[in-house]
Design a protein around this ligand. Sequence first.
Ligand SMILES: Nc1ncnc2c1ncn2[C@@H]1O[C@H](COP(=O)(O)OP(=O)(O)OP(=O)(O)O)[C@@H](O)[C@H]1O
Ligand SMILES: [Mg+2]
Length: 270
Amino acid sequence: MSIKKPLIVAIANPKGGVGKSTTTANLAAVAARHGLKVLLFDLDPQASASDISGVNEDAITSFASAMFGEASVLPSSIAVETSCGYDIIPAGSDLITAEDMIGKLPMGEQRLSLLIDSDTALSKYDLILIDTVGARWRLLTACLMATDNVIVPLRPSRLSVKELPDLLELIRYLTPYRGKKGPISIRGLFFTEVDERTVATKININDVRATVGDDQLVMNTMIPKSTVIEQAALVSQPVVLYDAHCGVSRAYEELFVELFPELLREQKSA
Ligand SMILES: Nc1ncnc2c1ncn2[C@@H]1O[C@H](COP(=O)(O)OP(=O)(O)OP(=O)(O)O)[C@@H](O)[C@H]1O
Ligand SMILES: [Mg+2]
């Protein structure tokens, strides 16, 4: 019998502050609410997704960086439960040293991919969501090498949209190095912090559709701009758990359904 593999999805955009960590934690919480077994893999030294998931600061030391050391550990052995319904591999500020370690290791950018592929205990998960660093670091490349899919949050601002072609180029560039894994599939791009009333927002959204050249890839769901995100972050909770009925929570629920219809079908038929 073949072992079921989890779907691995990186939330990626080297542009900082576009809502990657917020989205990762909220999609993980929505997926868990649908009964899926989810692992959030925090690979950003800022540890924002770990923080939103309520992982105690004391626990956020040498977790994810352990994988890039001499005696690298398997990811499943360092996963911990959260009170949000999903498991997490937390990041810590020491993860910044991984950047150096990856540079020194032979094929360092492949290390994460090899570890995940050899970790049979990860088969208990349906979905692994990787939060990535908001810069063009080796850590981001390592995540892109390891993932099956990417989802790309964008803010509807000119500067955010301007950097999109670079990310698409990086994704294409990595394909030959991924061997049997093949090209990274873009599952979807979507907008966060949207204030639909402004004309600039509409223009930027149209620009993205033109840059991507495939309307199917741009999700219909947009995450509205709202202060409730900050309120939830203050008490270290994904907003979908903090206030399940607010507009942002409903939007994250819709986004999950739009991004992952097959996971929900499998869940219903199981
Ligand atoms: N829909 C939203 N409405 C209002 N504020 C938001 C929204 N989404 C995210 N934010 C806020 O924007 C800031 C950046 O969000 P977040 O940390 O998720 O981005 P990021 O892409 O992970 O950043 P980085 O690149 O630094 O890792 C945070 O303060 C967050 O609370
Ligand atoms: Mg982040």
